[in-house]
Design a binder for this molecule. Structure first.
Ligand SMILES: *[C@@H]1O[C@H](CO)[C@@H](O)[C@H](O)[C@H]1NC(C)=O
Ligand SMILES: *[C@@H]1O[C@H](CO)[C@@H](O)[C@H](O)[C@H]1NC(C)=O
Ligand SMILES: *[C@@H]1O[C@H](CO)[C@@H](O)[C@H](O)[C@H]1NC(C)=O
Length: 448
């Protein structure tokens, strides 16, 4: 259908430059609210344990990101987390576990879902290996049943979800739509002229999904003029939320906010409409404003908005996405050609990404009790660790048409988005567990 092409093609990535995206890394996981403290201490442990030489002060932010350290494939120790988990058995940290073989394979294919954008359609684009489709995530301390679209749609009757983020979140929304469309085809009932807000509607269930393009959560301006290098910066306003997501906030029953590597992109930073610095803008004579600091501000402002609003959706904060660019001296040479998941302990990710994840966990932990007191259910979905273990799930050279993919193998490796079907389908299992397997007061489980 016509909608599909438009949806699939819009802004898969920021146009230029891509260094930021190449640096990002993540894993997906859900945390129970009480589990947040465990997560935070775990994150600190990992961070300090492995990078005690690095502090924000010693990071040279003017270094082009591709010159910073690469994907860190070495020991990651999670024993301490596991120990704490065992002491608190009632909390199931969905992020602790392993990818185990799943002979059943994916819930859909490129034949049964016509909504897979070209850049994620690895099957159709000729990716030869299929092993990456046959894994499922098994949390160590609880079960994670596969997403059940019938039960989900039934529970979500008369409800709405908003997914807010960048192209990686769109990647997940497409996965969700593919799974739901096995039961009912959604219709696109609204989009704005730039496709920054797309509303999908499931008429038989009166269920609505809002896909909202807001990669920075904050208000930003970009230049349309790619040829003029003085205009390659975004103007990022640290004190103004992006109305793309706040405007219809009152309509969302469930909302997922997600971290985005867009914060790595070169930007001029504004506060009260005054320039207060920039991120990665050598030569402009402006003070460096670190991406982690800008991200922290974005989270604080967003979480404060949630804490002080009358409306009370179920809020899920999703952590940073990992990438798996490896080898190669230049970004164009980097590849992600592994065909198996990592085991726990084999990979740690990049220090810049770990910093971003630390920031989001800290801000979440600070805000969550306040938000909860305001009557809002809020949970953390730690994407980073879970998906860091899946270097095999990206399109790599199979992100475009089969022809492009084979001809320009090293030209356009996509090691940040995910193949559909693919590992990111697991997020649906987790969302379902999170919202429907909650305590007795959980409105969704009460409806079942
Ligand atoms: C940071 O990196 C830039 C560009 O490589 C260099 O010119 C500058 O001297 C470095 N600053 C510090 C404090 O290391
Ligand atoms: C559909 O759901 C909305 C709430 O999201 C509700 O206001 C409306 O009455 C519902 N429509 C029908 C036909 O049940
Ligand atoms: C993956 O890419 C690296 C770097 O280009 C290469 O050395 C290696 O042989 C490749 N592995 C496979 C299985 O293709």
């Amino acid at each position: 259908m016509a909608d599909v092409d438009v949806v699939g093609d819009h802004e898969p990535l920021p146009s230029q430059p891509q260094e930021g995206l190449r640096r990002s890394s993540i894993g997906l996981v859900f945390f129970k609210f009480i589990g947040a403290v465990l997560l935070a201490s775990a994150a600190c442990y990992l961070f300090i344990g492995n990078f005690n030489a690095w502090t924000p002060e010693t990071e040279n932010h003017s270094l082009p990101l591709e010159e910073q350290d690469g994907l860190n494939i070495r020991s990651l120790r999670k024993e301490s987390i596991v120990k704490e988990q065992q002491l608190k058995k009632e909390v199931c940290d969905l992020s602790v576990g392993e990818w185990v073989p799943n002979p059943a394979g994916p819930a859909y294919t490129d034949k049964t879902c016509n909504r897979i954008p070209k850049y994620n359609n690895c099957l159709k684009n000729g990716r030869p290996d299929r092993g990456y489709l046959y894994w499922r995530w098994k949390p160590r301390f609880c079960d994670l049943p596969p997403f059940d679209p019938v039960t989900f749609l039934h529970a979500m009757r008369h409800k709405s979800w908003a997914f807010i983020g960048d192209s990686i979140y769109q990647n997940h929304v497409h996965s969700l739509l593919c799974q739901l469309s096995q039961v009912e085809e959604p219709h696109v009932i609204y989009h704005d002229p730039s496709f920054h807000i797309i509303t999908f509607y499931f008429p038989s269930h009166n269920f609505t999904i809002y896909e909202i393009w807001s990669p920075l959560l904050l208000y930003y301006e970009t230049s349309d003029d790619d040829r003029d290098s003085s205009k390659k910066y975004m103007n990022l306003h640290l004190d103004i939320l992006d109305s793309t997501w706040t405007r219809f906030y009152n309509q969302y029953d469930y909302m997922v906010l997600s971290g985005s590597p867009w914060f790595y992109n070169p930007s001029i930073i504004f506060e009260k409409n005054e320039v207060i610095g920039c991120h990665y803008c050598p030569g402009l004579g402006l003070k460096e404003y670190g991406s982690a600091k800008a991200y922290r501000k974005a989270l604080q402002l967003s979480l404060n908005f949630i804490a002080t609003s009358e409306h009370k959706p179920f809020v899920i904060v999703r952590t940073w996405p990992p990438n798996h660019f490896e080898a190669g001296e230049s970004p164009t040479e980097r590849v992600c050609n592994r065909t198996r998941p990592f085991r726990e302990g084999e990979i740690i990710g990049t220090r810049v990404d770990l910093k971003m994840r630390e920031v989001e966990v800290e801000e979440y932990e600070k805000a969550a009790p306040i938000i909860a007191r305001n009557g809002v259910r809020i949970e953390l979905l730690d994407f980073y660790h879970l998906f860091l273990l899946r270097p095999d799930g990206h399109p790599g050279p199979y992100g475009n048409s089969p022809f492009d993919g084979l001809k320009k193998k090293n030209d356009k490796n996509d090691c940040i988005h995910w193949c559909l079907p693919g590992p990111i389908d697991t997020v649906n299992d987790m969302l379902m567990k999170m919202v429907m397997n909650g305590n007795a007061h959980d409105s969704a489980s009460a409806m079942l």
